[in-house]
Design a protein around this ligand. Structure first.
Ligand SMILES: O=C(O)c1cc(C(=O)O)c2c(n1)C(=O)C(=O)c1cc(C(=O)O)[nH]c1-2
Length: 549
């Protein structure tokens, strides 16, 4: 147990570099939680949609806002007092190039600096003490339709970042910079343009505008010095423009490598060591970007180092971390596009009824695809608690119709060739699922009124915290799924909470602020209802036990 005076940071988006979002703090636990109340709050500017997990290093909390980010804040993590606030001066025409949200998911920290990815495709290093800019580099030209919305991964002296652009046909890359100077150290393309084994998996020249953007967070395994990153959907959404129709027995001619894949890269060189493609020749906008959870779990009774992921395509994947070999893949939500995944080949067993082709241009209500492209899970963070053995998934139960149309690549503009409608499953468009990755089944779950539940954090105190778009912030007993605490914010909660300790006091923090652009993508009555239900917001909420001990 932590003693009074001991401090515990939360220095990265997922806490550890394996994105487990697990904290060994337990002062706030399933018994003491009844005394949890507001310790301090801080209003942020601008009021908008917030996806940021604050980080805390050495008693200071760092926060990024949306719209650029417009501001980066440094706050006293014990009191909320503002230490500095920096306007990054991001040009305001980025909105044209951000498909899904003018958001930022977190800053990162390393070697006395705070690193921030920007909607104008740049990466900035600030002095953590003063907020003064140390360096800024251009990662990618945002006018090609690229953005950076997620925090970089800091590995030793390297700051490694991906970027978005999967809806614009950008040429996508993961790149590493020297943390002191910003000098580029390596650059790795997610669709390696000079590798015939890759380009041959695309029809004609379509590999040149194939998207496959690594827009969410990376993970890092120190033992093997390996970085893990996921790639988005291939561009455009209309699959017939990048490959031939599947054959009679469902054989896929054009897999569109390495879209919708998990990539393992050598952290020293950026060289791709292995890949595992979850949705070959994607026809549903199933980005494969969701965070890679690096954990050790029992497989056939043996402790095994794995990569786990609740993928957008509705399957929960467990892969061997060393070689990417598939261990298991099971649907964690209703999944119609594929019946199962063949473990030996790693390939999904598709139901051909749910794929658009050159002959089938439209999937109607009858052939509605589950999950929708919002995903069984989108970017909202999962967490893994080694004590309960459960993965906590903020999940969606949405199905979609899908119609394809022609599309021509036009730099900096949407490149989709698709239209859709969405509905939510009766009574539970959103669901918070506790998933048992060893026994490959749901342990418990909570039905939610709206999709896009907030990200989660889980603790040694047998708790899991998450929020939702009704504005509630909850704590559940991590083992049993009983609700043990709740708090009502003034906006919606989609950002993931985190926890830290200063001078012997444990704190839990979450930023409130609605979701906007994705509500538009969901559309229809449900989309409108979500927008109405959650006003623009922006506030850091920090909680501690009333007793303070
Ligand atoms: O393909 C891409 O490059 C890309 C980027 C982003 C992003 O950077 O936020 C999203 C998506 N795709 C996406 O498909 C998606 O559903 C999505 C939701 C959100 C969000 O912030 O709520 N971003 C994104």
């Amino acid at each position: 147990k932590k003693k009074v005076g001991e401090n515990t940071d939360w220095a990265y988006y997922g806490n550890d570099l394996g994105n487990m979002r697990y904290s060994a703090l337990d002062q706030i636990n399933d018994k003491s939680i009844k005394d949890l109340s507001v310790a301090w709050q801080k209003d942020l500017e601008p009021k908008e949609a917030y996806e940021c997990t604050p980080i805390v290093v050495g008693g200071t909390m760092y926060v990024t806002t949306p719209l650029g980010p417009k501001y980066v804040y440094a706050l006293n993590a014990k009191t909320g007092e503002e230490l500095w606030k920096v306007d990054l001066g991001v040009p305001q025409d980025y909105a044209k190039y951000a498909c899904c949200g003018l958001v930022n998911r977190a800053p990162s920290y390393g070697n006395g600096k705070v690193f921030v990815g920007r909607l104008d495709g740049k990466l900035t290093a600030l002095d953590a003490k003063t907020g003064k800019e140390v360096w800024t580099v251009t990662v990618i030209d945002y006018k090609s339709g690229a953005v950076i919305t997620s925090p970089p991964l800091v590995v030793g002296n390297k700051v490694v970042t991906g970027h978005g652009g999967g809806e614009y046909g950008t040429g996508s890359r993961i790149s590493a910079y020297d943390s002191e100077t910003g000098k580029e150290l390596w650059l790795s393309y997610t669709v390696p343009q000079d590798d015939k084994n890759v380009t041959d998996t695309w029809k004609g020249e379509s590999f040149k505008t194939g998207g496959s953007a690594p827009w969410l967070v990376g993970s890092y395994d120190k033992e093997t010095n390996t970085i893990f990153w996921g790639t988005s959907n291939p561009s455009p959404w209309n699959a017939t423009l990048r490959g031939d129709d599947p054959g009679k027995n469902g054989e896929i001619t054009h897999k569109n490598l390495y879209s919708s894949s998990t990539l393992a890269l050598d952290a020293e060189t950026g060289k791709i060591k292995w890949h595992y493609q979850k949705t070959p020749f994607d026809a549903w906008d199933y980005d494969g970007v969701n965070e890679k959870l690096l954990a050790t779990i029992k497989i056939n009774g043996v402790d095994t180092k794995v990569v786990m992921e609740a993928d957008r395509n509705g399957f929960f994947y467990v892969n061997n971390r060393a070689d990417g070999k598939l261990i298991s893949a099971d649907p964690y939500v209703k999944t119609t596009w594929a019946k199962s995944v063949d473990i030996a080949t790693g390939m999904p067993v598709e139901d051909p009824m749910f794929r658009t082709t050159t002959k089938v241009k439209e999937l109607t209500d009858k052939e509605r695809v589950w999950p929708s492209f919002v995903g069984g899970k989108n970017w909202e963070a999962t967490s893994f608690n080694p004590n309960t053995g459960l993965v906590y998934i903020p999940a969606n139960n949405l199905g979609m119709t899908f119609k394809i149309s022609d599309a021509t690549y036009d730099r900096g503009n949407f490149y989709l060739g698709a239209g859709w409608t969405m509905i939510g499953e009766e009574g539970k468009p959103g669901e918070f699922i506790a998933w048992d990755p060893v026994n490959r089944k749901k342990a418990w779950s909570v039905n939610l009124k709206y999709p896009m539940p907030g990200g989660s954090v889980t603790t040694k105190g047998n708790l899991v915290f998450f929020g939702d778009l009704t504005g509630m912030f909850y704590a559940y007993n991590a083992m049993t799924g009983d609700k043990v605490w709740e708090y009502k914010t003034e906006s919606g909660v989609v950002a993931a909470p985190m926890t830290y300790q200063i001078d012997g006091v444990q704190y839990v923090a979450v930023i409130e602020g609605r979701m906007n652009v994705m509500a538009g993508f969901i559309g229809g009555e449900l989309g409108e209802e979500i927008l109405k239900a959650t006003p623009a917001g922006g506030k850091v909420n920090v909680f501690a036990l009333k007793t303070g001990k």
